[in-house]
Design a protein around this ligand. Structure first.
Ligand code: NAD
Ligand code: UDP
Ligand code: UDP
Length: 330
């Protein structure tokens, strides 16, 4: 790529995946905070392939440069090391605000920092959206429903969250981030979107992030004990990251401004999920000839405030975005 005479050399560009050539009027300048994380990096890939100009803003707390390094040097791509708790100036058309650690061990590692990230980070990104009149989307979470008394969870449900427990820095952080988001919508006319994401899995998950999907897969692959917390009767529904990225892009570009669940409605108990991972890993290893021994399931204490049940009601996403999940766990 040669900026001076604006010529694009095929050999240099060939190291990048082919991106769509959009007319200027359709090409958007898009900021993705937390773009070096698990979900962010997949979103960045899709936005780049669609032909947009993407700026990643990340402090690399839980993300890594390597998740998006395949775009470094592409003329449509920029990566900035920055902490969202500090103000940031840029001119963009859309902001996907993802920056926030998502796994319980990561967000509990420095609880005060987590809530600062949710509050001050979201405040700054909303201030930015207001100044440059960008559309703003925040990735909220099913955790705003806490340990839910309504099942499956619809967006109308206000939640059941312990405000002082060990998960509060994340759950209450996201709740106040939603409050700020709708405050800026009402007071300043900021154009906002709120995605409430349910448990998501896929490539580039940090294998040591302590979440159930990564723990079980790593333990099963190594033939180590699989750690079920509590009696394993608690439930979760797991969506594949490509379904989530579809939903985020549809939400950003559609008319729905109310909070919208994006998740799977296929519910597993954690015990069933452990059995499932165990069987798949043993089967694949036998086919590959790498099988040594099948992992055993063991039981450990249930962490405080662990939600008992969780399943997405995705009627709103289906009706207002035309979104439908295309992937299942297996
Ligand atoms: P992740 O930890 O992989 O990614 C978060 C990214 O944000 C990382 O790259 C991290 O370095 C960055 N970050 C954290 N604090 C920051 C700060 N103060 N300033 C700048 N960057 C910062 O997590 P993920 O799974 O990709 O989650 C992305 C978003 O989706 C988060 O907002 C999370 O709350 C939300 N979410 C994820 C899930 C899920 O199952 N993965 C479920 C619900 C909601
Ligand atoms: N902000 C930012 N980038 C901008 C505009 C604002 O980071 O381009 C920050 C700003 O520093 C402030 C926050 O966003 O901390 C909220 O801004 P707003 O203008 O709404 O509030 P005020 O600055 O009047 O408190
Ligand atoms: N869990 C488990 N074993 C593990 C990790 C997690 O049994 O090694 C349980 C955890 O207690 C919770 C569920 O799996 O009930 C999902 O946990 P995760 O940390 O993945 O996400 P959460 O939905 O709780 O934020």
């Amino acid at each position: 790529y040669n900026d001076a005479d604006n010529s694009i050399s095929y050999t240099t560009m060939a190291k990048f995946p082919p991106v769509k050539l959009l007319p200027n009027a359709e090409r958007k300048r898009i900021l993705v905070t937390g773009g070096a994380g698990f979900v962010g990096s997949h979103l960045v890939d899709r936005l780049m392939l669609l032909g947009h100009e993407v700026t990643v803003l990340d402090n690399f707390f839980t993300g890594s440069r390597t998740t998006v390094s395949h775009w470094v040097g592409h003329p449509n791509f920029e990566m900035v090391r920055h902490d969202v708790i500090n103000p940031f100036l840029i001119e963009v058309d859309q902001i996907y605000h993802l920056a926030c650690p998502a796994s319980p061990p990561h967000y509990q590692y420095n609880a005060v920092k987590t809530i600062k990230t949710s509050f001050m980070g979201t405040l700054n990104m909303l201030g930015l959206a207001k100044r440059v009149k960008a559309r703003f989307l925040i990735t909220s979470t099913s955790e705003v429903y806490g340990d839910p008394e309504v099942h499956p969870q619809t967006e109308e449900y206000w939640g059941h969250v312990n405000p002082i427990g060990i998960r509060a820095c994340y759950d209450e952080g996201k709740r106040v981030a939603e409050t700020l988001t709708y405050g800026y919508q009402r007071q300043d006319g900021v154009d906002v979107r709120v995605a409430r994401i349910f448990n998501t899995f896929g490539p580039r998950m940090n294998p040591y992030d302590g979440r159930v999907v990564s723990n079980f897969i790593i333990q099963a692959l190594k033939g180590e004990d699989m750690t079920v917390y509590g009696d394993g009767s608690q439930t979760r529904s797991f969506q594949y990251v490509h379904d989530l990225v579809d939903g985020l892009i549809l939400l950003m570009n559609g008319p729905e401004t109310r909070p919208t669940n994006i998740g799977s409605s296929h519910e597993f108990t954690i015990k069933e999920f452990a059995e499932h991972v165990k069987e798949i890993v043993a089967k694949v290893q036998k086919e590959e000839g790498t099988y040594k021994k099948t992992a055993e399931i063991i039981y450990k204490d249930l962490p405080q405030d662990d939600p008992q049940r969780r399943r997405a009601d995705t009627t709103r996403a289906e009706e207002s975005l035309g979104w439908k999940s295309r992937w299942t766990v297996a």
